[in-house]
Design a protein around this ligand. Structure first.
Ligand SMILES: *[C@@H]1O[C@H](CO)[C@@H](O)[C@H](O)[C@H]1NC(C)=O
Length: 365
């Protein structure tokens, strides 16, 4: 045999081995007698190309079998469970939660400290951070921050009025993101982001980079969640170095400014700084120990990201639906007017609590 034939035999052998290993892998659910979808090599049941997460789970869900609590499927080579039954979902999320605390998110704290936040961490790490940070999420804190939110809303109103002087159309998504960026900046970090007042706010620019220009495409995202150990060995990140530098620098500056000038504020950053310095927030958290600078930065990062994007998207869809449904819009406006008149025209925390219909619209109830 000449060299080329040897080479071809080797390639064919290798491909056959890979195919056989996939076939064996894709027998996982069938061997266990679980209803599952036919998988194709090498993606399993993942669709090709750029898709929404619902385009991944929907086709699997639609083929659910009556009486079965879940469907088996494959993401690449990994067998996955797609829950299709409410009681089963409740068991996973509540009753048996201690066995299901992993989020299945990719974390690489060593190369990418900002990836180590509460939304992604698993197990003990998640549990300990959650216990340390939950004092931030009380209704008293929300009430305290409310006037700040209203101040930013006033800026939103005047920015809108300014824009409408010259434009008859505007990009609502951007405007709302700037609003929530400013809210989360002042409420959580005590930082004036000024993204409503200036068109070129660094905060806003980095915020949109995170969502509009993700570091990796969907396939790489799946790769790192499916093979996290391999991905970590290859130093795969979640957050780009540029965003890391901006954010870590900002948090470092904020902390050092507050520590040097003894600035105390009733916000998220204050709580994080106290945890870093080993102060006891309450009896429980005393035993939990300190948090590191990297941990602070990561939690601040996810607070910012989750804080501005989720609420601005929610507001955007709400406004869109209201535009399509003028009768609902009118009813909401009437409710706001009636309740504001009860509170002497002032938008207070209590007034907002009374707006039941508006809440139903926003929460989709
Ligand atoms: C919003 O801005 C407009 C135009 O400047 C002003 O007339 C209106 O009173 C403002 N509304 C609130 C609630 O501040």
């Amino acid at each position: 045999m000449d060299n080329i034939s040897i080479f071809l035999c080797f390639v064919i052998g290798l491909i056959s081995l890979i195919l056989i290993s996939f076939k064996k892998r894709y027998a996982y659910w069938r061997d266990r007698g679980i209803a599952n979808l036919e998988a194709t090599i090498p993606f399993g049941n993942l669709p090709m190309g750029k898709v929404h997460i619902k385009d991944i789970t929907d086709p699997i869900y639609k083929q659910k079998k009556p009486g079965a609590p879940f469907m088996g499927a494959y993401f690449f080579r990994t067998p996955v469970v797609v829950a299709t039954d409410l009681d089963f979902i409740q068991n996973v999320l509540v009753k048996d939660f201690s066995n299901f605390h992993e989020r299945g998110m990719y974390v690489n704290e060593e190369d990418d400290p900002l990836s180590g936040h509460m939304f992604s961490l698993d197990g003990e790490k998640w549990k300990s951070l959650r216990a340390k940070l939950s004092p931030t999420f009380t209704s008293g804190k929300m009430k305290f921050m409310f006037p700040t939110v209203v101040d930013v809303a006033d800026t939103l109103n005047s920015t809108l009025a300014e824009v409408l002087k010259t434009e008859s159309e505007l990009e609502v998504r951007d405007l709302l993101s700037r609003f929530t960026t400013d809210v989360i900046g002042t409420c959580a970090f005590g930082i004036e982001c000024n993204s409503l007042k200036t068109t070129d706010s660094e905060f806003r620019n980095f915020g949109s980079k995170i969502f509009d220009k993700p570091l990796h495409g969907p396939l790489m995202e799946l790769f790192r969640t499916q093979y996290p150990n391999l991905a970590r060995r290859l130093h795969v990140r979640v957050v780009s170095k540029e965003i890391e530098d901006f954010f870590m620098g900002l948090v470092r500056e904020t902390i050092s400014y507050r520590e040097k000038n003894n600035v105390r504020r009733n916000d998220f950053m204050d709580l994080l700084i106290r945890l870093k310095n080993g102060e006891a927030l309450d009896e429980r958290s005393q035993k939990l120990g300190r948090v590191t600078f990297e941990e602070i930065a990561a939690q601040a990062f996810v607070f910012f990201v989750a804080g501005f994007e989720t609420s601005s998207t929610n507001m955007l869809f709400t406004l869109y639906e209201l535009a399509l449904n003028p009768d609902i819009q009118e009813k909401a406006r009437r409710e706001i007017e009636i309740i504001l008149s009860k509170y002497e025209g002032k938008l207070t925390y209590e007034a907002v609590q009374d707006m039941v219909y508006v809440d139903q619209i926003i929460s989709g109830k």
